[in-house]
Design a binder for this molecule. Structure first.
Ligand SMILES: Cc1cc2nc3c(=O)[nH]c(=O)nc-3n(C[C@H](O)[C@H](O)[C@H](O)COP(=O)(O)OP(=O)(O)OC[C@H]3O[C@@H](n4cnc5c(N)ncnc54)[C@H](O)[C@@H]3O)c2cc1C
Length: 424
C-alpha cells in the first residue's frame, strides 16, 4: 500500500506523544482519530518536564507549540552534596554545561492539544482490545464501541496495552528505585538565587539524589516570585518492599504510581523527615513545604521493534527509559514527527518499507537512550563519588568515566557529547 494514500489512523492515548502524533500525521495528509481513556483534559496533574534546547526548538519550528511558549532555560547543572546538617545549599565540586529547558507539563499538553480538532479527539474512550486483521485493525472500547483503522498507534503510556498485545514477551523491568516528587509555589517558599541554578544533590544518608528547577505558573508567568518550583528525589527501594510501600491513603494497593494527593500522609511525612538528614537545609525545606506529592516507580522496557503489522508504538508505550535522562518528551517528539515524515509524500512509497524504516530508527534512538539511562543510574544512584569531599579534578574524572553523553537527545550541552560506549 502507498502511504501517500490517505490512511485512517487511530491513536490510543491522547497525552503528549498521542497529540504530537495526531498533529504530525494530520499534516502528512491522513485522517486521524485520538481515543483517550481519561474523561477530562490532562490538566492540573502534571508538574514539570525537562527537555533539551534542540527538542524545544524542534517543537516550535515544527509548529507543535506556540513560538512564545514559556520555558525556563538552565545552562549549568551543579553536582552537590551537603557537608553537614546545617549546610544550606550543599558543596558543589563540579558544574557542567547544560542546554536544558524546563516546561510546565499541563501547559505543554494544552498547547499541543489545541492543535488537534475537538472532533478528532475523544475522551472517555478506554481501549479494551485491538485486533490486527491484516490490512486493518479493529479496536474495541470498554463502552462497547468499535472502530476500524488502517493503522493504530499506541501512545498509551508506560504500561501500554498495545506493547503487551504486540510484544507479550517484553517485560517492564523494575529498576529498584522510585521518584518522589512535588511542586511548590515560589510565593510560598520565597525567592532565592539558588532557584536560577539546576542542582543534582546526592543524598547524605543513602543512595539517591535530588533535583529542582522552576517552571511557569498557571498563567504562563516566569516572573521571579510567581513561578512554580518542581522538585524530585530519586530513592532506591528494593522490589521486596514495594507491596508495603505502594499502599495509598485509602489503603489501596497501587501499581506504578501513587498520584498527587493520594500518598499516605505518614509516608510523605517520613520521607520529608528523611530529607532533613539527607539534604542541604534549603532543599529539605522545599520538600517539607510541598503538598500533594506523588510517587512513580521506575521501570524500563525494550520492545524489539516499534511496529508490528498495522500497529505502532509511540512515546512511553515504546521503550521505557530511566527518567534521569529527561528523554520522556524527546521520545514522543521523535517517534511522532518521524512517523509523520515516514508517512508523508516524502517517505518511501511502500507502507511496509516506510513503517520498517521508521521503526528501525526509533530502535537506534531507544538503545542510545537506554544505555545513557543505565549509565546515569550508576552515576547518580549507585556509584556517585562523595561530592562533599571530592575536589574538582576528582569529580570531573569520575563524571568522564561514568557517562558517555549521547549527542542526539541529551539535555547536557552538546560540547559534552561523546559516542555511547557499548553496554556493559
Ligand atoms: C496526567 C499526566 C501527567 C504527567 N505529568 C508529568 C510530569 O509532571 N513530568 C513528567 O516528566 N512526566 C509526566 N507525565 C509522564 C509523561 O507525559 C510521559 O512520560 C512522557 O512525556 C511520554 O508521554 P506519553 O504520551 O508517551 O505517555 P503518557 O503521558 O503516560 O500518556 C499515556 C496516555 O494514554 C492514556 N491511556 C492509557 N491506557 C489507555 C487505554 N487503554 N485507552 C485509551 N487511552 C489510554 C492515558 O490516559 C494517558 O493520557 C505525565 C503523564 C500524565 C498522563
Amino acid at each position: 500500500m502507498n502511504p501517500s494514500r490517505r490512511l485512517d489512523i487511530a491513536i490510543v492515548g491522547g497525552s503528549l506523544a498521542g497529540c504530537m502524533a495526531a498533529v504530525s500525521l494530520r499534516r502528512a495528509g491522513h485522517d486521524v482519530t485520538v481515543y483517550e481513556r481519561s474523561r477530562a483534559g490532562l490538566v492540573g496533574r502534571g508538574g514539570g518536564v525537562t527537555t533539551s534546547r534542540a527538542v524545544l526548538d524542534g517543537l516550535k519550528g515544527q509548529g507543535l507549540i506556540d513560538r512564545d511558549f514559556p520555558s525556563a532555560p538552565y545552562t549549568e547543572i551543579l553536582l552537590s552534596k551537603a557537608v553537614g546538617p546545617d549546610d544550606r545549599y550543599g558543596r558543589c565540586p563540579l558544574r557542567l554545561p547544560l542546554a536544558m529547558h524546563c516546561l510546565h507539563w499541563s501547559g505543554l499538553w494544552e498547547n499541543i492539544r489545541k492543535r488537534v480538532p475537538d472532533d478528532a479527539y475523544h475522551n472517555g474512550m478506554a481501549l479494551d482490545r485491538a485486533e490486527d486483521t491484516g490490512d486493518s485493525v479493529m479496536l474495541s472500547f470498554e463502552d462497547g464501541t468499535r472502530a476500524r483503522a488502517d493503522l493504530v498507534c499506541f501512545a498509551d503510556g508506560y504500561a501500554s496495552q498495545g506493547r503487551r498485545a504486540m510484544f507479550p514477551q517484553t517485560a517492564l523491568v523494575y529498576r529498584d528505585y522510585l521518584v518522589w516528587r512535588g511542586v511548590v509555589s515560589e510565593a510560598d517558599i520565597g525567592t532565592d538565587p539558588i532557584l536560577e541554578q539546576h542542582p543534582r544533590i546526592s543524598l547524605r544518608d543513602g543512595r539517591g539524589s535530588f533535583i529542582s528547577y522552576v517552571i511557569h505558573d498557571r498563567d504562563g508567568s516566569l516572573h521571579p516570585g510567581r513561578r512554580l518550583v518542581n522538585w524530585a528525589v530519586y530513592l532506591d527501594l528494593p522490589e521486596a518492599e514495594l507491596d508495603d510501600f505502594m499502599i495509598d491513603a485509602a489503603g489501596r494497593a497501587r501499581t506504578g504510581t501513587i498520584p498527587a494527593g493520594h500518598m499516605r500522609p505518614e509516608q510523605d511525612a517520613a520521607l520529608k523527615d528523611r530529607m532533613r538528614r539527607a539534604l542541604p537545609t534549603y532543599f529539605a525545606d522545599m520538600a517539607a513545604a510541598s503538598r500533594d506529592n506523588q510517587i512513580q516507580l521506575i521501570y524500563t522496557a525494550r520492545p524489539p521493534a516499534y511496529r508490528k503489522g498495522r500497529m505502532c508504538l509511540l512515546g512511553d508505550a515504546g521503550a521505557m527509559v530511566p527518567p534521569l535522562t529527561g528523554a520522556g518528551l524527546f521520545k514522543g517528539y521523535e517517534n511522532a514527527t518521524g512517523l509523520g515524515r515516514a508517512l508523508s509524500g516524502d517517505g518511501p512509497s511502500d507502507l511496509d518499507a516506510a513503517l520498517d524504516g521508521w521503526s528501525d530508527r526509533q530502535m537506534v534512538l531507544a538503545d542510545a537512550m537506554l544505555e545513557m539511562g543505565h549509565q546515569m543510574e550508576r552515576a547518580f544512584l549507585y556509584d556517585t563519588i562523595d561530592l562533599a569531599t571530592a575536589g574538582e579534578a576528582e569529580a570531573r574524572a569520575w563524571f568522564d568515566d561514568a557517562l558517555r553523553i549521547a549527542p542526539e537527545f541529551s539535555y547536557f550541552d552538546p560540547s559534552l557529547a561523546r559516542p555511547a560506549q557499548a553496554a556493559q
